[in-house]
Ligand binder design. Structure first.
Ligand code: ATP
Ligand code: MG
Length: 222
């Protein structure tokens, strides 16, 4: 199994009160899954995927990544695992405006210390996969929302990660562009075996997913 959460609970202490955001969550995600996570605003979806993406290790219960307990890694080891194995896509793209398309996409490779020639090839290959060939030198400032999200997806896949976390990736896009982005995710999932964990409010997008996870007030139902 790629990801297993066993009885995970996440809470914050606010003043004298303890607020529990995720309650006894147990779930598994296999390689090749395309998981859709749905739930109301504030139900705990982002909290859940941030934890799955190793952005947050302050929780109780067990998280196994590739059958190994995440808790056993140091912070540095976990950062390395995150950089190598997880691609993130967010609603507001998270691109660096002053940079070109290529410069944005190659960022994860710089952190990973990949050699130049390999880097160029990997960047071109991911831009091709998202349909942005020809725009390598374009400043991201000049791109449309859909093109920006494609750049973010190219950046997320350039490291050939084990899984992608997409938290409301179509939240800032019109419905036609949203469907194009969903088709792109589906292509990456089906034709390139990329595991995708997608958070969305839009029930229409569930048809692109192979499984659904519902989050309701911090509780997960499969
Ligand atoms: N750092 C924090 N300290 C305290 N409470 C927090 C913190 N971060 C999030 N929360 C609370 O956790 C709950 C779940 O938040 P989360 O962002 O996971 O919801 P969500 O399902 O992603 O919502 P949305 O659909 O609006 O993005 C909310 O009630 C939020 O206020
Ligand atoms: Mg959220």
């Amino acid at each position: 199994m790629l990801i297993t959460l066993d009885d995970v609970t996440k809470s914050y202490v606010l003043g004298k009160q303890r607020v529990t955001i995720l309650k006894n969550v147990s779930l598994s995600i296999a390689e090749g899954d395309f998981v859709g996570i749905m739930g109301r605003s504030g139900s705990g979806k982002s909290t859940l995927v941030n934890l799955i993406g190793f952005l947050d290790r302050q929780f109780s219960g067990e998280y196994y990544f590739e059958e190994k307990l995440v808790d056993q890694y140091t912070d540095d080891e976990l950062s390395k695992i995150r950089n190598e194995h997880v691609g993130f896509v967010f609603q507001n793209f998270g691109l660096i405006e002053a940079m070109t398309v290529t410069e944005n996409v190659e960022l994860p490779l710089l952190y990973a210390g990949i050699a130049n020639q390999t880097k160029t090839q990997l960047v071109l290959e991911s831009l091709r996969r998202v349909g942005l060939e020809g725009l390598e030198k374009q400043s991201v400032k000049l791109l449309s929302g859909g093109q920006r999200q494609r750049v973010a997806i190219a950046r997320a896949i350039v490291n050939q990660p084990k899984f992608i976390i997409a938290d409301e990736p179509t939240g800032a896009l019109d419905s036609k562009t949203s469907l194009e982005i969903m088709k792109l995710f589906r292509d990456l999932n089906i034709n390139h075996g990329v595991t995708i964990i997608l958070v969305t409010h839009d029930v229409n997008l569930m048809t692109y997913c192979s499984r659904e996870i519902k989050v309701s007030d911090g509780e997960v139902s499969l």
